[in-house]
Design a protein around this ligand. Structure first.
Ligand SMILES: COC(=O)C(/C=C/C1=C(C)CCCC1(C)C)=C/O[C@H]1C=C(C)C(=O)O1
Ligand SMILES: O=C(O)CCC(=O)C(=O)O
Ligand SMILES: [Fe+2]
Length: 360
């Protein structure tokens, strides 16, 4: 079951932010200006002790016990880590960045041949806009369902740049392998059998979203991407080589910037793993901010179970001390719920939460 909108929705006019940037209006249009409380603080991006953990996959693959512990701590305390020695050929990483950039640099008319229809998440445009008065993100997105083939919409796969399709296929194959490997060690770090997720997921759903954030004259007033947690099991995020620092994750009350590390990929736990682990590993809220002079590109892969599967907290992770915090549900239904609601911090996961006096 692929998620589709059931009602026609009115979203009003959505400015293309690259075109806005070219036109250089004296002020940022009202629809992009955030309420005071939601505006980002613009501070210098200094590296600090609050950097997200770094995991060396080559050590994990030798089942280095310390690295497995390190992974466990990263998933429990951060929900985010950067992975080094991820095994994806650097040419593959470079090629996807180049085709994504080439796509976004095409004339608007060309990109609009692949429109994201209101209320849907595939194609070129802004996802997660459901009303005329909703604030907009300072971002252009291009998103495609990749696996299994039944979620692809072939009309949305662009003919330009000419190597787009082949490059995305090669990249997605490699990222899929990486997700399977990471899930194996995530299972091991939980004291579970390495193949537990692979067995459970069926033919995993995989989607890619390319986000392009042009510079913004008032980065203090806008957001590149609204706060959200990902609906996936695992997300793999590649930050453009010369991109500005823009990804921030919420740690306690603080938005912590993710400092790009050359040749590393950013991995985060999605809502689905939070549910499966009964909240032991958390999907952490994150957002993107913009920069006054510099642009930013990110290529994001969402990896999730087949729509057919029913899931809930794994029995091994539920006991008296850790009572069951989420109900069982069908993943296709959660996907539909996710893509038919605006990005709203961690609120989307209320879908699955068992409300109790102690739950947060
Ligand atoms: C803009 O897209 C998203 O943010 C997104 C959607 C991904 C998808 C597609 C682009 C094609 C169809 C499948 C899918 C819904 C995965 C986020 O994906 C998260 C949300 C859920 C649920 C998930 O599994 O990944
Ligand atoms: O661009 C980024 O760094 C954030 C992207 C993101 O969180 C997403 O696409 O879900
Ligand atoms: Fe995200």
């Amino acid at each position: 079951m692929a998620p589709v909108p059931s009602l026609p929705i009115k979203v009003g006019h959505i400015d293309d932010v690259q075109e806005l940037r070219k036109a250089k209006p004296a002020t940022v249009p009202e629809r992009f200006i955030r309420d005071m409380a939601d505006r980002p603080k613009v501070v210098p991006n200094l590296s600090s002790s609050l950097d997200i953990p770094i995991i060396d996959l080559s050590k994990l693959m030798k089942t280095d016990k310390d690295e497995v512990m390190h992974l466990k701590t990263a998933c429990e305390e951060w929900g985010f880590f950067q992975v080094l020695n991820h095994g994806i050929d650097l040419n593959v990483v470079e090629d996807i960045e180049n085709v994504a950039k080439d796509f976004f640099m095409l004339p608007l008319q060309e990109k609009q041949k692949y429109p994201m229809a209101p209320g849907t998440v595939q194609g070129y445009g802004q996802a997660f806009v459901f009303s005329e008065n909703q604030k907009l993100d300072w971002c252009n997105m291009f998103a495609l369902g990749v696996e299994p083939p039944c979620i692809r919409n072939p009309k949305l796969w662009p003919s330009k740049p000419i190597n787009f399709r082949e490059t995305l296929e090669i990249y997605s194959r490699e990222v899929r392998k990486l997700c399977k490997t990471l899930l194996k060690y995530i299972a091991v770090s939980l004291g579970l059998k390495g193949d537990v997720f692979e067995e459970m997921f069926g033919v995993a759903v995989q989607a890619v979203r390319m986000n392009y954030y042009p510079p913004c004259s008032r980065p203090d007033l806008v957001l590149g991407l609204s706060p959200h947690s990902d609906g996936s099991a695992l997300t793999v995020l590649q930050q453009g080589k010369d991109s500005s620092v823009g990804l921030q994750i919420l740690k306690g009350q603080t938005w912590v910037p993710v400092q790009p590390i050359p040749n590393a990929l950013v991995i985060n736990i999605g809502d689905t793993l939070e549910v499966l682990t009964n909240g032991k590993y958390k999907s952490v809220e994150h957002r993107a901010v913009t920069h006054k002079e510099r642009d930013r590109l990110s290529i994001v892969t969402f990896y999730a179970p087949s729509y057919d599967i029913e899931l809930g907290p794994m029995a091994e992770l539920v006991d008296e001390k850790n009572p069951c915090r989420y109900r069982r549900y069908n993943h296709g239904e959660y996907s539909k719920h996710y893509v038919t609601n605006k990005l709203q911090g961690k609120r989307t996961l209320d879908f699955a939460k068992i409300q109790s006096k102690t739950s947060n």
